[in-house]
Design a protein around this ligand. Structure first.
Ligand code: NI
Length: 187
């Protein structure tokens, strides 16, 4: 079924699409490009640094990100911890993890008002296809490594709710319940 990219919007937990594992994209098409472009637009509008296709209701293995340069993050560091522009990842695979997992407070555009500490390895290598179907490999650190792992989780139907520390889980209990209530009212 063709997707009208203009109609895509960011879905909130507990929307079912967020829990549906994504399927590989056989070959990126003009439609895939429109979807990616729309997702980048939605990500910027929401002031996010990453967005995965399940978050817009599509169970396809695609995410976009744009991690801005900051005090600690730079596209020039080795390995890079930020991007110099928006990037598209199609059919990504995480091929190696380096370093002991570190906690860092994460948020998610599908989980408004929720922030929690998630433990993740500080360096990750990802292999993916770009929007022109060209394979690339990226070894990333810092916020970029974290964002890649967060978006990759979305493609498996995994949310930060599943990975956050017990303390963060307790702290966000009410916010999670509120989202679940809003979700059931929409039905
Ligand atoms: Ni997210």
């Amino acid at each position: 079924m063709p997707v009208n990219a203009a109609n895509l919007s960011i879905l909130h937990y507990p929307e079912k699409a967020l829990r549906t594992p994504a399927k590989a994209i056989p070959k990126a098409s003009a439609e895939t490009r429109q979807i990616a472009e729309r997702m980048i637009e939605l990500m910027y509008e929401a002031e996010g640094i990453g967005l995965a296709a399940p978050q817009v209701g599509l169970s396809i293995a695609l995410f976009v990100l744009d991690v801005p340069k900051g005090d600690k993050n730079s596209p020039e560091s080795d390995p890079p911890s930020a991007t110099s522009d928006a990037m598209v990842f199609i059919n990504p695979k995480l091929t190696s993890f380096e370093g002991a997992p570190e906690p860092y407070e994460e948020g998610c555009l599908s989980l408004p008002d929720i922030r929690g500490d998630v433990l993740r390895p500080p360096i990750v290598t990802v292999q993916a296809l770009d929007i022109d179907n060209k394979p690339f490999t990226l070894r990333a650190s810092g916020l970029l490594a974290r964002c890649i792992q967060h978006e990759f989780d979305h493609l498996q139907g995994v949310l930060i709710l599943d990975k956050m520390t017990q303390m963060s889980r307790l702290k966000n209990r009410t916010a999670v319940r509120d989202l679940e209530r809003e979700g059931s009212q929409k039905k």
